[in-house]
Write a protein that binds this ligand. Structure first.
Ligand SMILES: *Cc1c(COP(=O)(O)O)cnc(C)c1O
Length: 335
């Protein structure tokens, strides 16, 4: 059996989740008539202290819809150089929103309020208008780094002071909340919008949500439709997401413990040069050649993701058991 540590998107629906999916409403969500989708949207909005939420097919569509709704052409968006929005969303901000990005230089993708203020452009004819800030929590490319709540509050205050909107790419926000040992309540009032992936470590097959003010979400519904993201009888997918929110948040702790074990084993592995701090379910480490390292592990029935020519990523999730982690650790010891 192969232990596949490439991504937390690889989880399979559990039998209980599939059962919940079969019981979903079959109404048409483009007409706003799917009860299960409405329930998921209301549940998510309430969790994050937002007026409304929207169910979308992917985290990329959620982030890009938020950027489109918050900006207009000639605007500029500040985000970290490691951000998913910059690195892994096909440059869609340029295609869809006609905005520019200004890359800040955080620590493992974590920004400070001073990184925001330092990147605001003065209002000259030749400058784009600084309009939106996007933070990512946890930071995928930063080894799953987590924002301290205090830092988010400081960034939020800096944004308000400078008339900037603040979006959170919260693809793994529940991993972040697990590490800070807090409830989503602590985030209320901090962001103008937040995107959340249920198809990562929470284990749903498909689906992300975007939450924000009522007017903002109304605009996003239209953008989602324009992008082809109106999913009709999407209650079957929404039911899986509701099940995941009800049953798979508390167990994230186990994924984090497993990731820490991997982190420690990697630190003791002779082929590994360094490991980023392991705060959540992502472990990123440095080797001479990531392709060669991945091949070597594959010969031992372990699949990992080469993340750059010299970086490798491992991700834990609900389909990776403690025993599988033990096996990976013992292989790493022998390398
Ligand atoms: C996975 C991910 C997304 C969205 O990805 P999709 O594959 O489009 O659902 C967005 N941000 C971060 C940080 C992610 O890890």
């Amino acid at each position: 059996m192969i232990v596949d540590l490439r991504s937390d998107t690889l989880t399979k629906p559990t039998p209980e989740m599939l059962k919940a999916m079969f019981a979903a409403d079959a109404g048409d969500d483009v007409f706003g008539e799917n009860k299960t989708v409405c329930e998921l949207e209301e549940k998510t909005a309430a969790m994050f202290g937002m007026e409304a939420a929207l169910f979308l097919p992917s985290g990329t569509m959620a982030n890009q819809t938020a950027i489109k709704a918050h900006t207009q052409p000639l605007d500029e968006v500040i985000c970290d150089k490691l951000s998913h929005i910059y690195n892994y969303e096909t440059g869609a901000w340029a295609m869809l929103s006609g905005v520019s990005l200004r890359l800040a230089n955080g620590t493992n993708g974590i920004l400070q309020a001073s990184d925001i203020t330092a990147n605001i452009l003065p209002d000259f004819d030749w400058n784009p208008n600084t309009k939106l800030v996007c933070v990512e929590n946890t930071v995928n490319k930063g080894g799953g780094a987590v924002y301290p709540i205090e830092t988010l509050k400081e960034i939020s205050a800096a944004c308000k002071q400078n008339n900037l909107l603040l979006h959170c790419d919260g693809a793994r926000i529940f991993n972040a909340l697990t590490t800070t040992q807090s409830n989503a309540n602590v985030l209320h009032g901090i962001f103008d919008s937040i995107s959340v992936c249920i198809s990562k470590g929470l284990g749903a097959p498909v689906g992300s949500l975007l939450a924000g003010k009522k007017d903002f979400i109304k605009k996003c519904r239209k953008i989602r439709k324009a992008l082809g993201g109106g999913m009709r009888q999407s209650g079957y997918l929404a039911a899986a997401c509701i099940y995941a929110l009800d049953n798979h948040i508390e167990r994230l702790q186990q994924d984090h413990l497993n990731a820490q074990k991997l982190g420690t084993a990697l630190q003791n592995c002779s082929l590994v040069k360094s490991v980023l701090p392991t705060q959540t379910n992502i472990v990123i480490f440095e080797v001479d050649n990531s392709q060669t390292f991945a091949q070597l592990l594959l010969q031992n029935n372990i699949r990992v993701q080469p993340f750059s020519p010299t970086q490798v990523r491992m991700v834990t999730h609900l389909d990776i058991s403690e025993n599988e982690i033990k096996r990976v650790c013992s292989v790493l010891e022998k390398l």
